[in-house]
Structures are given as C-alpha cells and as structure tokens.
Design a binder for this molecule. Sequence first.
Ligand SMILES: [Zn+2]
Length: 48
Amino acid sequence: MLTRRCAWCNRAWTSEGWAAEPTVDPEHETATICPGCVAVLQRLGVSR
Ligand SMILES: [Zn+2]
C-alpha cells in the first residue's frame, strides 16, 4: 500500500489519518499535498 506524504508539511497519510511523525517505508510513499496545506495555498492564491 502506498503512503501519501505531503510535500509541504511532510506529514503522511496513513490508515489512521494524517500522522505528524509517520513510520513509513520511503520506497512506498508518494508526494502529495494534504488538505491543510491546500487550504493554506488557496489562501495565498498560489493554486491558480
Ligand atoms: Zn501538508
């Protein structure tokens, strides 16, 4: 199972939700942006 890691805050999405200090295998993760950072980016007007 791939783990999605936020490229902005470095949190990772696990089966239990967003983890601040995830213990995941780097080979099985993929970069993404978490909902929190998406909201920040939209507020900054970057997501145009
Ligand atoms: Zn994030």
